[in-house]
Design a protein around this ligand. Sequence first.
Ligand SMILES: [Fe+2]
Length: 343
Amino acid sequence: MVEYKFLTPEQREHFLEHGWLLVPGSIPKEHVDQWMKDVWTRLGYNPTDPSTWTEETIWMPRHRDMLTKEFSPDAYKAMCELVGGEDRLDRVRNAYSGDQFIVNLGTEYWKDHDIDPRTMPAWHIDGDWYRHFLDSGEGALVVIQVYTDILPRGGGTYICEDGLEGICKFLYEHPEGSGNKPETGMYDHIKKCAAFKQFTAKAGDTILMHAHLPHCTGKNHLRKLRVIANPHVTLKEPLNLNRANPEDYSLCEQVILRALHKPSLPEYHATTARERYYPRNYVAKFSRVQGELERMVHAAEAAGKSRDEVDSVYLKGEEAIKVHNVRNGLGGEVQASQRITVA
Ligand SMILES: [Fe+2]
């Protein structure tokens, strides 16, 4: 039986009904501030001059991390209860929260233009590093850690609440598994959906989304810095959609059963091997490391500090990079490109 000591009955019902949950104020301010203090240095933009903001949305690499259990204790408690208990969590993969920010700065164009969310091109469920099945546990929860206040129209993630059912149906009808790209047809139903929402939140909040809740990057019409990180919760085993005791179903499992209008799914079995891949998006993020490190080191030196005070895994030696790679599914070895020098 799943025990609930943190989530209230209202919060549990909200997750079941909407496929997501806000855990307000769940990242201590000192953790937000610690990683946010050099975000503009890393970006290389002038915070007061939007003409220097040459990119709209930026996926940044990870320099530092901390066990999620320590980084955001309340969000961690919520994660554990949503998946049915801490013992179901993978203790390495995705157990750490880091500063791989996703920055949304908007553009001048979007200041006075709008878009119908149904027509946005980038609807997706997360997970470029595994083959998706109805019961996949690799990305059981999609986590949005909020580092800046997100105002209405301020670049918050869009979700499609009534699109979750269609994702579950698609995966149920494809026990051979699927990728998560649009050409799979997995998102074709979204243009007929109606329950769209753009998140707003406060710095320090955490939003926990079900793996099968479709979402996309929202437009930032305000040109006010919006920073989130988007880690995941990974389970040791796939979800179990055919439990002997119904009280053992996690809330994540119950969302799927509800979406398919079934009390259990004894007939569902993955019919091909579960596969994990090298994350597609790592290469693009990593391409920014050299520039970020140079700016971080030069900023430290300009402030009269030693470069040893710059906090980045890439300046801490081979062993630190190996650990980073294991935690992030990048293999156990240091890649030649990861040995970075800053002049
Ligand atoms: Fe996403």
